[in-house]
Design a protein around this ligand. Sequence first.
Ligand SMILES: [Zn+2]
Length: 372
Amino acid sequence: MLLTMKLSDIQHMLEQWAPPATAWKGDNVGLQVGSHNAGIVNILLALDVTMEVAKEAAQRRANLIITHHPLLFHPLRSLTSNSRTGEIALYLAEQKINLFAAHTNLDSAPGGVNFVLAELLGLKNVSVLSPLTDSMMKIVVFVPKEHLDRVAAAMHSAGAGAFTKYEECSFRTEGVGTFRGTHEANPFIGTKGILEIVPEIKLEMIVPSWKLSGVVSAMLNAHPYEEAAYDIIPLKNHAQNIGLGAIGDLPNIMTRDTFLSMTKRKVNTEVLRYSGRINRIQRVAVCGGAGSELIADAIQKGADAFVTADVKYHTFQDAERGILLVDAGHFETEHHVIPAIEHRVKKFLKESKSSSKVFVTKHKTNPVSYYY
Ligand SMILES: [Zn+2]
């Protein structure tokens, strides 16, 4: 039997891939218009929601639009048809169409905007250009030996102890724990009022901040003690597989013109703007959309070229001596992520035995045109 999917189920799947906590602090991601409980008929994907996209959704019976750019970004003072944003938001609400946006969290996700762009340019050995900081924690818990495996398994299944290529990572040290239960206690081991000395294991794992509460709940559920002792320690380590931009190597060294020609063709843009005198390109950094803030990271990590968008005149000037700086267009460097979203959503719907269909908008939502 085919099932009707709830918006919250699709949201959960997308946020496992691109956690909202990894979005830029000033961003506005997630459900923008609608209800988490809505039953989803069909889904329409677009980089931006425009009035044409909203009408296409209505026509296709798609009551969920998933976009990269948030429609609601700056705080609204009124919701009227006098503004572009207001007109679209009102139409969506009237038509009961839900709108969900995955923006800078999708830029930072493995397999998101920047990894797709790196793959499009044929880069190898791709890694994150600017890994996310202040997001990693260590959780340390003291467990009686015979309950160690159960507690560790619960924490791993909630997402603790995972690196880029390794899972179920932990460190375990044997030691001795002491406690004396008060009159109000109901100790799992020993007797209240008597000092207990128990062999315990100190179990340590790393966990990203957005998974911490789930890991703590899973750990407490699996832990036998009435009051488990645990520490949560913020780390200065970077999240290696999450962050803005991507960097990798071309399979062969290219001249500047060959690289520009290849980039123009693969990104499928009508024009490139660039500065830089470098004529030997192998290591390439990318950041879809406005990525000028990452130029220093790209140079520091040895990139010969940096492909991004929305580059200003003086930014081109400053970068001239250090890197080949290429502006390949905002829409042009980002929209390639749509097939990646489509693939994930379709796979999820199929696994969930959902009858919903997924469409990609037929409208050109790039507001920029080129005149020759
Ligand atoms: Zn963008």
